[in-house]
Design a protein around this ligand. Structure first.
Ligand code: XMP
Length: 224
């Protein structure tokens, strides 16, 4: 069971990362934060919580050459980098994966997104993106907690060896634990924690809700 906290708003997170470090599994750093503070800020935060999983959410979607250049700016400070799935393997994700492999870093690829507009194009592309993921075999995949059915499709198709991360819990409406019940390894929560008056209490409450939902669904239909 995993909980990743999304840090998106430009701001100072050193204290928050220190407080949440023992309570969550990792942190996902958003583009607004990385652009405002610079890639080195990821390293500064990381020193506050070394054992966590650190993910740079650059939402890369470009040719391999440019994705390598971009990922290279932050890779030394994180464990994993997120890229979009629709750009394909040749000349794009394949090059990025080889580059990250050479650095000992992990590639996470978006299979579909959590917002309603993802139904317009992303969900239609899902069968093709699953083929891409089968060929590419990235370490991780992003699939939406708001549509647990998509999480289940990704899990069944790619098997147990891939780490599935699911945003959409909290501010976007999905209940804590719902994506875990569908087969995700981590739920990504941003505003419901970072925008709370008491982020530590919010993270602990979400943890409890994840546990409760997971123990219920394990007793019924976990993984469906
Ligand atoms: P909130 O505040 O809504 O933040 O909890 C959610 C975080 O997750 C990111 N996000 C996504 N990332 N595919 C992704 O790769 C998605 O479908 C998706 N939906 C949300 C968002 O950038 C924020 O950091």
């Amino acid at each position: 069971m995993g909980l990743l906290v999304a840090l998106d708003r430009p701001g100072g997170y050193e204290e928050l990362v220190g407080k949440l470090c023992s309570r969550v599994d990792g942190f996902k750093l958003g583009l607004p934060l990385l652009m405002a503070r610079g890639p080195g800020y990821a390293g500064l935060l990381r020193r506050r919580c070394r054992d966590a999983l650190w993910v740079a959410d650059l939402k890369l979607a470009d040719i391999g050459y440019v994705m390598r250049l971009t990922a290279g700016l932050v890779a030394e400070h994180v464990d994993a980098v997120i890229a979009h799935g629709f750009v394909g393997v040749e000349g794009a994700l394949g090059e990025l994966k080889d580059y990250l492999d050479s650095l000992g870093k992990r590639l996470v690829v978006v299979a579909s997104m959590s917002h309603p507009g993802a139904r317009e194009a992303y969900d239609h592309a899902l069968p093709r993106i699953l083929e891409t993921l089968e060929r590419l075999r990235p370490w991780g995949v992003v699939a939406p907690a708001t549509r647990p059915g998509v999480v289940g499709i990704v899990r069944r198709r790619l098997g147990p060896g891939v780490a599935i991360m699911s945003p959409g819990v909290g501010a976007q409406g999905a209940e804590p634990g719902s994506a875990l019940c569908a087969g995700a390894d981590y739920e990504i929560v941003g505003r419901a924690i970072t925008g709370s008056g008491d982020p530590v209490e919010a993270a602990e409450r979400i943890r409890r809700e994840q546990e409760a939902r997971l123990s219920n669904c394990r007793g019924t239909s976990h993984g469906s």
